[in-house]
Design a protein around this ligand. Structure first.
Ligand code: ADP
Ligand SMILES: C[C@H](O)[C@H](O)[C@@H](O)C(=O)COP(=O)(O)O
Ligand code: MG
Length: 470
């Protein structure tokens, strides 16, 4: 009997537990549980409701038990950079403050007074996002020094959820790289850098790679959920898992399309050249110590906020349909402008930008949605040109993976703008990559190459080419 693994994929907008196993040479998935995720306000900060998320994981485990699914393992992946700190008694010292919280405003510039931007990039190869863990910790050091002094354990979000399940502390490699505190060459915590920032280096845990079998559930979890299994480390950074599921990686630029659009390529070495720094590309760690040479683009967060601003009266599919109507509306915004990271009202922010740049101001849901999708394509196109300039080669294909690959209009717009073959799918790429790492750890799969060929045969991928309609 082939083994089953449970992927817990929690993105910024939704989470899901998906059971995966090999059947007749294909990877079969069964969605066990799905739930929403969103920011909550706790005191002065935007946070994740980590208690709710852990409760949803246990609900999903109980669902497995109820369905008679008997997994051999479970693996958890989430968004990057965010963390919690534990005190000497393993109690939470901090809330799970979210990367969209303004506490890191101005911190990057203060860190550059201690270590230059160039040296930081040369050593870590990580893009400069103001919410990187390094700046979150620096903000804590500056504004809550007593909290940092009491901290004995640093756990990123998936690490903490693993700790709640097993009692075992670890920092998983792919997500640790997103902190901008891991040396891209040693693949270990850069303790000299950490000390130079006045952050206590003792709280960081041993970095463990994907495919590590962490350990079994605590007895209390078995008792509560009625089920037992090993926790295995996938690429716990969700994008790290998603990239594993790109069926044809060679010659392909992927766009992991969810709340964020992560656009890039897979590499065997970090690219820390000046041009990569200037274009703000990152070298996040991947499975088998590959590198994800990519950049963050604001992504479908913008349409998520537009949907929320319209009090959820439209589905995503309806907003896409409405966006097809105003064909002659052409205003666009710079989606990567920091003003769109956490605006009070996304619709108003988009309107203000268009007005300030002397463009037609969108008025209808269709015009607003078209403006978002057209603007994302502008940013995708720019990133693709930058990748091809750095690689000094043309890529023939773009593979859109994640929930956003269901946006047929956006897929077609990408094909029209780039004149490249756009492949859309798999939708649940992150969960597929998560299950893949577990099945590799359990010996059900030999290597990533074999996994990708099985994934290619197991899931639908729709192809788009430039349409005459342009
Ligand atoms: N039926 C659909 N049509 C068009 N877009 C969709 C559809 N369903 C989901 N999406 C897009 O997928 C996005 C969510 O992708 P997902 O990968 O689940 O995000 P995350 O992992 O960041 O929570 C939504 O923001 C939405 O824009
Ligand atoms: C803040 C990070 O850049 C972000 O987590 C990104 O790396 C990512 O993985 C986002 O995943 P989503 O599924 O939430 O879009
Ligand atoms: Mg996701």
């Amino acid at each position: 009997m082939n083994k089953t693994s449970i992927a817990v994929d929690i993105g910024a907008s939704s989470g899901r537990l998906i059971a995966g196993s090999l059947e007749a040479g294909k990877l079969k998935l069964e969605e066990v549980h799905r739930f929403n995720n969103e920011l909550i306000k706790k005191g002065d900060h935007f946070c994740w409701d980590i208690d709710k998320l852990f409760s949803e994981i246990k609900t999903g485990l109980k669902e497995c038990h109820a369905k008679g699914i008997t997994p051999s393992s479970i693996g958890i992946d989430t968004w990057a950079v965010d963390f919690v700190l534990l005190d000497e008694n393993d109690n939470l010292l901090t809330d799970a403050v979210a990367y969209r919280d303004p506490r890191t405003d101005g911190m990057m510039e203060e860190v550059f007074e201690i270590i230059s931007k160039e040296r930081l990039y040369l050593e870590t190869g990580i893009q400069f996002q103001k919410f990187n863990t390094i700046y979150q910790l620096y903000s804590l050091k500056k504004n809550d020094p007593e909290v940092l002094k009491k901290a004995k354990t640093f756990l990123m979000i998936p690490d903490y959820l693993n700790f709640l399940l097993t009692g075992i502390k670890s920092n998983e490699y792919t997500n640790a790289t997103s902190t901008q505190l891991v040396n891209a060459f040693t693949k270990k915590w850069d303790m000299e850098l950490i000390e130079s920032l006045g952050i206590n280096k003792e709280m960081f845990q041993t970095i463990k790679p994907p495919k590590t079998i962490l350990g079994p559930f605590k007895a209390s979890i078995v008792e509560e959920t009625g089920i037992d299994m090993d926790v295995v480390l996938p690429a716990t950074h969700d994008t790290g898992s998603a990239v594993i599921a790109v069926p044809e990686i060679e010659g392909t630029i992927y766009i992991s399309s969810g709340t964020w659009s992560l656009i890039g390529v897979e590499n065997h070495f970090p690219i820390c050249v000046t041009k990569a720094l200037d274009y703000n590309f990152t070298n996040e760690g991947g499975i088998d110590y590959q590198f994800r040479f990519l950049k963050n683009i604001m992504g479908l967060w913008m349409i998520q906020e537009v949907k929320r601003n319209y009090q959820d009266q439209y589905t995503f599919a309806e907003l896409v349909k409405l966006a097809k109507e105003p064909e002659h509306f052409t205003s666009t915004v710079n989606v990567d402008d920091e003003r769109f990271l956490k605006p009070e009202n996304m619709i108003e922010e988009i309107k203000n930008y268009c007005s300030e740049t002397n463009q037609s101001v969108p008025a209808t849901p269709g015009e607003i949605s078209k403006c978002v999708f057209d603007s994302l394509v502008v940013s995708y196109q720019s990133a693709i040109r930058q990748i091809e300039e750095i690689y000094e080669k043309q890529f023939t294909k773009v593979n859109v993976i994640g929930g956003g690959c269901q946006n047929e209009l956006l897929n077609q717009l990408i094909a029209n703008a780039t004149a490249k073959e756009v492949n859309a799918g798999p939708i649940e790429a992150t969960a597929i990559g998560n299950v893949t790492a577990q099945l590799l750890a359990l010996g059900e799969l030999k290597n990533v190459r074999e996994a990708r060929s099985i994934i290619k045969e197991s899931f639908d991928v729709k192809t788009y080419t430039r349409s005459e309609l342009g």
